[in-house]
Design a protein around this ligand. Structure first.
Ligand SMILES: *[C@@H]1O[C@H](CO)[C@@H](O)[C@H](O)[C@H]1NC(C)=O
Length: 441
């Protein structure tokens, strides 16, 4: 009898909180990391990430998202952006990736399209949404491409126009004025309503086509600085998609704001900043729009954002801070304004570093755990520019995962694995950001 009462109690509790779905850990793999070798040849071995390097990550991942396919400009078909790498016999990455399901039977592998890497004729993403014929061509080709290579579904990382960055005034005192002005955002897309409707139609049509196949999933990714309330009709699409990936990071980047460095990926609003530019605001928008929490997956970026500091930068290092454009490229990633996590950890002050090396970065953590970690060094007298770095590390990744857990969200995504420390150069552990996030879920 007692047992029955306890059982009934447990059932009541689980009915109240809904079905217990294990938290998702969605791992993105950007295939561009594979070709890093060919772009520069100083550190080829460390920079290049092969599908084989994914193996140590996959026991932590529930999903693997392979990025990115693109849209062919004139036909609007969904296509591989690098056939030699993805589908040709020599590399056949698509197969190499989906074959991991043999070793990890629970793993779902999705093919993602867009992701801000498909830059040729960027307008095509809008044009496609305006034309039913173009949408049909996209849907048919996409389903075929995914099916042929053994994917479990498609992720639409749709390249919508981004809202404008904050205006930076030259005089320091008027920053608050600048912020206030940008609260009302100027439209960047004259056909917003049409694109929103077109996207809803695309989701519906793709869902219909995928439904015919067994067990095919549909996900959408909201890319950084895309306004969810403009382009995503939440009530209309939410029942059609399995996962919504919220890339709620990169609110401040050196491309968008070369003159001012700031927290790139705050969870909550830092003081005197736009209250919409943080992860919590994006998550709440989707929850208030009626999305069930368990469908929302919050992104954790592994790439740091970096700015150069100059003699005008405030010596405290406290953001927002005057900057002089993107920080210099890292030895592996070779992209201005970006460093991978192992590139950042190599620059941090460390008692074991030899004297006489370039000055190292001082790390500043946020005890409130709300805004993120940064590290910096001021310019020095030898003409070395300073550097200011906003980045995620295992601690902040854990904080984001704890946020996800507290809000009962569906899980986290790691974007992407190639910028995590996949060789274990920092402390010896491979994929420390992924592990920390998984551990805290
Ligand atoms: C998104 O669009 C809404 C409605 O047009 C607007 O009120 C809001 O300020 C925009 N958000 C951002 C972050 O620009």
């Amino acid at each position: 009898m007692k047992v029955l009462v306890v059982l009934a109690g447990l059932l009541a509790i689980s009915a109240a909180v809904g079905p217990v779905v294990p938290a998702k850990v969605v791992c993105y793999y950007n295939s561009k990391s594979y070709v890093r070798e060919f772009e520069g040849c100083i550190y080829p071995a460390q920079a290049r990430m092969l599908p084989l390097d994914l193996d140590p990550a996959l026991s932590f991942c529930s999903h693997l998202v392979y990025g990115y396919a693109g849209v062919q400009p004139d036909t609007y078909k969904m296509v591989s952006l690098n056939e030699n790498l993805d589908v040709d016999r020599s590399h056949a990455n698509y197969r190499a990736i989906t074959n991991f399901k043999t070793k990890y039977p629970g793993l779902k592998v999705l093919l993602s399209v867009g992701g801000d890497v498909d830059t040729e004729e960027a307008q095509k993403y809008n044009l496609l949404l305006e034309s039913p014929q173009a949408r049909t061509a996209f849907v048919n080709s996409g389903v075929l491409l995914a099916e042929q290579h053994g994917f479990d579904g498609i992720d639409l990382a749709w390249q919508f126009p981004k809202y404008k960055p904050k205006k930076i005034r030259s005089t320091w005192g008027s920053i608050w004025h600048g912020i206030k002005k940008t609260f009302g955002t100027t439209p960047v897309d004259e056909k917003e309503a049409e694109h929103r409707e077109g996207f809803t139609a695309l989701v519906r049509e793709l869902k219909q086509a995928l439904n015919v196949k067994p067990n095919m999933q549909l996900a959408v990714t909201v890319l950084p600085n895309v306004n969810s309330s403009v382009y995503f009709d939440i009530p209309a699409i939410i029942n059609l998609v399995d996962i919504v990936h919220l890339s709620a990071y990169d609110f401040e980047t050196p491309e968008r704001n070369p003159k001012e460095a700031d927290y790139a990926t705050p969870i909550y609003t830092p003081q005197n900043r736009n209250p919409l530019w943080n992860a919590d605001a994006v998550v709440n928008h989707w929850l208030q729009g009626g999305a069930p929490a368990h469908k929302l997956v919050l992104g954790i970026p592994t790439a740091a954002r970096t700015w150069k500091l100059d003699s005008e930068s405030e010596i405290s290092g406290v953001p927002p801070i005057h900057a002089d454009g993107a920080g210099e490229a890292g030895p592996y990633t070779k992209t201005e304004g970006i460093l991978s996590y192992p590139e950042v950890c190599a620059k941090l002050i460390n008692p074991n570093h030899q004297k006489g090396m370039r000055p190292h970065l001082r790390k500043v953590t946020d005890p409130s755990k709300r805004f993120g970690t940064y590290a910096f060094r001021l310019p020095d007298d030898n003409g070395d520019p300073g550097l200011w770095v906003s980045y995620e590390d295992p601690d902040t990744a854990g904080q984001r995962a704890a946020y996800v857990k507290a809000k009962n969200l569906g899980g986290v995504s790691i974007v992407d694995l190639s910028m995590d420390d996949f060789r274990g150069l920092c402390t010896g552990d491979k994929y420390p950001i992924l592990r920390a996030a998984k551990y805290r879920l």
